[in-house]
Design a protein around this ligand. Structure first.
Ligand code: HEM
Length: 121
């Protein structure tokens, strides 16, 4: 059984999705404050890690766990409403790239499973 990562088209597809997702997130006034002062190059890597993680790609992720990696953002007011925006951008990115609905639903449910960790509760 191949992973969603493979079904999407692997690294090339993830790179394409990163560009689109990244633009959407940074264009969203409701969440952009959390990304201010975050290094751009590192951010692209972060977005790639994000999409690879939620699609079951190769597990070479060596960053912080989700709780630790977002705790400072919770201190800045990160809550469910921001999380919902990010999921919305993820969903529309995948839809724009022509990803089938069932795969989108799978990716969203994996992303959804990180909600309590990201929001530190
Ligand atoms: C599906 C849920 C999410 C996943 C899988 C995810 C994934 C990640 C990953 C892999 C990192 C790198 C961690 C590290 O520093 O080593 C990260 C950092 C970060 N995430 Fe998320 N994220 C999620 C939700 C969110 C949300 C809802 C926001 C804000 C609206 C957000 C904003 C950020 C920011 C700003 C950083 C960089 C923090 C810094 O360098 O200071 N993330 N995320």
């Amino acid at each position: 059984m191949s992973t969603v990562y493979e079904q999407l088209g692997g690294e090339a597809a993830i790179n394409a999705a990163v560009d689109v997702f990244y633009r959407k997130v940074l264009a969203d006034k409701y969440v952009v404050r959390f990304f201010e002062g975050v290094d751009m190059t590192r951010q692209a890597g972060k977005q790639k890690a994000f999409l690879t993680m939620v699609t079951g790609g190769p597990n070479n992720y060596s960053g912080k766990d989700m709780r630790e990696g977002h705790r400072h953002l919770v201190a800045m007011g990160l809550d469910d409403s921001h999380f919902d925006h990010i999921l919305c951008h993820l969903r529309s990115t995948l839809a724009e790239l022509g990803v089938p609905q069932n795969l989108i639903d799978t990716v969203i449910s994996v992303a959804e499973s990180t909600r309590d960790d990201v929001l530190d509760r």
